[in-house]
Design a protein around this ligand. Structure first.
Ligand SMILES: *[C@@H]1O[C@H](CO)[C@@H](O)[C@H](O)[C@H]1NC(C)=O
Length: 361
């Protein structure tokens, strides 16, 4: 869904808070959500604010079209496998990304960036961050906003047959539609789907070991869920949870009080099909909760990510570990106390001290 509001204004004080540093930040690649476009004002503003908050940072917004209309259209229509492969080619050709980047996926852009990591990962992703993404698909359709023409069109086509060959290769949402509420619908999904089943190594045959190996290379996989998300059904899909397929005798009875199966109890994790368990054992899985409806990324939600997993300097360059930790704490302090001038002055002083201790100034 669309990013429309002013985004990172809360981070702006950071830029002036650390005049001593000229760190080379890890580049950021953003893949936007359904209904949005890389050229839309919201996304462009977001990129601009990132550049202001982290001077010198390289920000790349994934686009699947040459203009706003065609890029927005690609969010609804197209073959996701082809789209991911196009993005793999595009990103491999960006010189600024050659040494790797942090990947930020909004909504469906999150599972698509995960596909990028699993299938391509060249250049390599350091932190994968997904906001309200549908990692275990959706078991119902997101509601269209009034007047959203492409959405209505896609919805109309979807109702006509989600698991038809046409939908599965032309309608984006259908390619992560996963209804596991009955054995029948789940079997149909398994047979028809060529995207989600694949990136989740869900089918017994044809599991791809590269996907697991690549995902395990992540430094961190940060998954954010919105507590009032009604667009993603179930919302816990953002944390890899899903409705378990009911056994034959339980079918029907369970329908009215379905409960999702959390990641750590589900097969994808227990069998470690894509490396989530390995990541988790390393402490690299971060499940964070944001307050709000789908894609309502408020200040507290931003703080969970920016300056922590994205928009921080790569560890080995420039900043020694001890200073880095102090810096991380300072950022945390800045963010939690928001924009108190005193705090900023204090932090600046701390860094001047650190800087002179390290012979920087
Ligand atoms: C597994 O995925 C990699 C990366 O996308 C691909 O090159 C390879 O052909 C796949 N292997 C199989 C057996 O499908």
């Amino acid at each position: 869904m669309k990013i429309a509001t002013l985004f990172l204004s809360i981070l702006l004080p950071l830029a002036s808070a650390f005049p001593l540093f000229e760190p080379s930040y890890h580049p950021i690649v953003v893949w936007h959500g359904l209904g949005d476009s890389a050229y839309a004002e919201g996304l462009q503003e977001f990129a601009k604010e990132l550049r202001e908050a982290f001077p010198g940072i390289y920000v790349h917004i994934v686009a699947l079209g040459q203009d706003a209309t065609s890029d927005q259209r690609a969010g609804f229509f197209g073959n996701v496998n082809d789209q991911v492969s196009t993005v793999c080619t595009d990103l491999s050709a960006v010189p600024e990304l050659a040494n790797g980047f942090d990947a930020v996926g909004f909504s469906q852009g999150g599972q698509f960036l995960r596909a990028y990591v699993e299938r391509c990962n060249a250049p390599q992703v350091r932190n994968l961050i997904t906001f309200g993404s549908q990692h275990q698909g959706i078991s119902d359709l997101p509601a269209c906003k009034p007047g959203d023409f492409f959405c209505r069109l896609a919805e109309g086509a979807l109702r006509g047959g989600i698991y038809t060959d046409y939908a599965q290769s032309n309608l984006v949402t259908a390619q992560y539609y996963r209804d596991s509420k009955s054995q029948e619908t789940y079997q149909r999904y398994l047979e028809a789907n060529h995207f989600l089943t694949d990136i989740n190594n869900e089918k017994k045959e044809g599991r791809n070991a590269t996907y697991k190996a690549n995902l395990e290379k992540l430094d961190n996989f940060v998954m954010l869920m919105f507590n009032k998300d009604t667009t993603v059904e179930p919302k816990q899909s953002s944390w890899f949870a899903t409705y378990p397929v009911p056994s034959k005798d339980k079918q029907g009875a369970a329908q009215d009080k379905l409960e999702v199966l959390p990641l750590r109890q589900s097969e994808i994790y227990l069998e470690d099909r894509i490396g989530l368990k390995a990541l988790d054992k390393r402490g690299a899985i971060k499940m964070e909760l944001c307050k709000g409806v789908h894609m309502q990324i408020d200040a507290a939600c931003q703080m969970k990510v920016f300056g922590r997993y994205a928009g921080i300097a790569p560890p080995s360059k420039v900043i020694p570990a001890s200073v880095r930790h102090a810096w991380a704490r300072a950022i945390h302090a800045t963010m939690t106390t928001l924009r108190s001038k005193e705090i900023l002055r204090w932090i600046r002083m701390q860094f001047r001290l650190l800087g002179s201790a390290l012979g920087w100034s």
